[in-house]
Design a protein around this ligand. Structure first.
Ligand code: SF4
Ligand code: SF4
Ligand code: FES
Length: 318
């Protein structure tokens, strides 16, 4: 079957090369053919100037990630026909949230710099404190260990799109791999650093990282585990943790979110005053939530029972 590929081209060394453009190539696609095989065919038979990365061709090295019809995928494991049958198109672009270098190749230096920032190596506990690692301990960090550094999650990340300094899902998944390891000697220090601006609390939980990860790492799960561990360690003097704690307390108290009280508890009195213009605007548009001073939902006993169960479970785990 002949399929038209629209590929975003970019070559800053060409005259007027600062402007990316799309170029079309028609490829005879056989059953089971992957996007990478099509790229190799185009590069080999039609246009040797087309640039893209690849190495293992087996979904192991992480180097071939590109955007396929607007979604980050590994080119070497994405079969063309099922994708084409679903969408009726085949558009290839460089990974989003990464600066293009040439055609489908992007600059990975920010990715590696962020990885370096989370110190991607274990700082072992002293020998006399070193625990024996159980299968349960291993299971907690297991998914984070599967990362092949393809960058797809960072490309899909909404928080990274608005703040280039955000560590990002790949860095945070690696951070959990280490902070969640029972042999790690600097767990507290790690969690404290990751609770700063641009760290774990900047994730907006859009779930894109988990949806696109080709290795089922689930960076969002790693971020949730980092947050829970930070709160458990008492690292709560930051907006993110305060917001999470006040949210949990609000549901425990009245069964729903008391947004007005949460603003005060998250930002403190003085910073909440700065929200007054925003609050007035909300009031004007009829969107200001009422403070839930005496209200609570029906069946509050059921909500409390859920909390009791959770707290019992935590106590059981020590
Ligand atoms: S869930 Fe968080 S880390 Fe993952 S893509 Fe969304 S904002 Fe980024
Ligand atoms: S977490 Fe998944 S998507 Fe992100 S870099 Fe690792 S393997 Fe790729
Ligand atoms: S070429 Fe290695 S993951 Fe695709």
């Amino acid at each position: 079957m002949k399929i038209k590929f629209k590929i975003r081209r970019y070559n800053p060394s060409e005259k007027d090369g600062t402007k990316p453009y799309f170029q079309a190539y028609t490829v005879d696609v056989a059953e089971g053919m992957t996007v990478l095989e099509a790229l190799l065919k185009i590069g080999g038979e039609q246009d040797p100037t087309l640039s893209f990365r690849k190495s293992c061709r087996s979904a192991i090295c992480g180097s071939c990630a590109v955007s396929v019809n607007g979604f980050s995928r590994l080119a070497c494991e994405t079969q063309i026909l099922p994708e084409y049958k679903k969408t009726g198109e085949m558009t290839l672009e460089p990974l989003a949230n990464h600066a293009p270098v040439k055609d489908l190749m992007v600059d990975f230096s920010p990715f590696w710099n962020k990885m370096a920032k989370v110190q991607p190596y274990l700082t072992p506990k002293d020998e006399d404190e070193m625990p024996a690692v159980t299968a349960e301990d291993q299971a907690v960090i297991d998914r984070s260990q599967k990362c092949i550094m393809c960058g797809s999650c960072n490309a899909e990340c909404n928080a990274l799109e608005i703040d280039a300094n955000f560590i990002g899902p790949a860095g945070l998944a690696k951070a959990w791999r280490l902070a969640g390891d029972v042999r790690e000697g600097k767990k507290y220090r790690r969690l404290e650093k990751l609770s700063d601006e641009h760290g774990m609390w900047d994730c907006v939980r859009c779930v894109h990282c988990t949806q696109c990860c080709p290795k089922d790492v689930s960076p969002l799960k790693a971020i949730e585990l980092l947050r829970a561990a930070a709160i458990k360690e008492g690292i709560t003097d930051n907006h993110g943790a305060k917001h999470a704690v006040s949210m949990a307390n609000s549901v425990k108290r009245v069964g729903m979110l008391d947004e007005a009280a949460m603003t005060f508890k998250t930002l403190g009195f003085l910073r909440s005053l700065g929200m007054i213009p925003f609050g007035l605007k909300m009031e004007f548009h009829g969107k200001m939530p009422k403070p839930l001073i005496f209200e609570q939902i029906e069946n509050m006993d059921e909500v409390r029972a859920i909390y009791e169960e959770i707290e019992k479970g935590r106590a059981g785990k020590g």
